[in-house]
Design a protein around this ligand. Structure first.
Ligand SMILES: Nc1nc2c(ncn2[C@@H]2O[C@H](COP(=O)(O)OP(=O)(O)O)[C@@H](O)[C@H]2O)c(=O)[nH]1
Ligand SMILES: [Mg+2]
Length: 197
């Protein structure tokens, strides 16, 4: 089944787990560092710039933001990790919310783990991958901001990333640019095919 991603609407902000919507359908979770482009990717996938707020100042999202996609799945936009300038107690609060989110039994069907193609993956990225592997939570690695590289550079960069992150199956890797709308159709198709084969 093909999900109609253009039929995406913002539904709610959850500052605590009990504010999440009823767990009545598969959830696709966007995770990754603060400022990596999670909100921009939701907007790009849905082809609607006004859906998720793109922040000029990093580290702003302290909540799980929920989007209804085609009355079929949810997108859950998680708080970004690793924003060093946030006060310690705020950082701990983000981390606690993310931990609770992953362990509270929500129907997490797929995680889109965003990693900035330009940067060396952070220790948080590496821990997130180990965590997902250990918990057997399916995930795609989505390399963001690929407009920053030429096509030839991108191929080299992707193979370096695969080594750095010890990824054996390149089939779970996607290279996208929300800004230049690159790689979006592949990602949409892969999400649909994974959830509704
Ligand atoms: N060059 C480039 N910049 C992007 C892209 N996606 C997001 N950004 C920029 O990265 C910053 C953070 O984006 P945002 O979506 O708010 O990241 P979030 O914190 O992960 O939700 C904003 O300034 C965006 O304009 C992209 O594909 N290419
Ligand atoms: Mg955001």
């Amino acid at each position: 089944m093909q999900i109609h991603f253009r039929r995406t609407q913002f539904i709610r902000v959850a500052a605590e787990i009990d504010q999440c919507p009823p767990s009545d359908r598969p959830e696709v979770v966007l995770a990754g560092k603060s400022n990596v482009g999670k909100s921009s990717l939701i907007n790009a996938i849905a082809d609607n710039k006004k859906l998720a707020r793109v922040s000029q100042t990093p580290g702003k999202t302290r909540t799980v933001n929920y989007f209804d996609v085609d009355n079929t799945i949810y997108f859950a936009d998680l708080p970004g990790y690793g924003y060093a300038k946030a006060p310690k107690d705020t950082q701990q609060k983000f981390a606690a919310l993310v931990d609770r989110y992953f362990t509270c039994g929500r129907p997490i069907a797929l995680v889109l783990l965003l990693i900035d193609i330009r940067h060396t993956p952070s220790s948080e990225d590496v821990s997130m991958i180990s965590y997902l592997n250990a918990q057997k939570i399916p995930y795609f690695i989505v390399f963001a901001k690929c407009d920053k590289f030429s096509r030839a550079q991108l191929a080299v960069r992707l193979s370096e990333m695969a080594v750095d992150l010890d990824i054996r199956d390149m089939g779970i890797c996607f290279a996208v640019s929300a800004e230049k709308k690159l790689g979006l159709e592949d990602l949409r198709d892969a999400i649909s095919a994974f959830l509704f084969p």
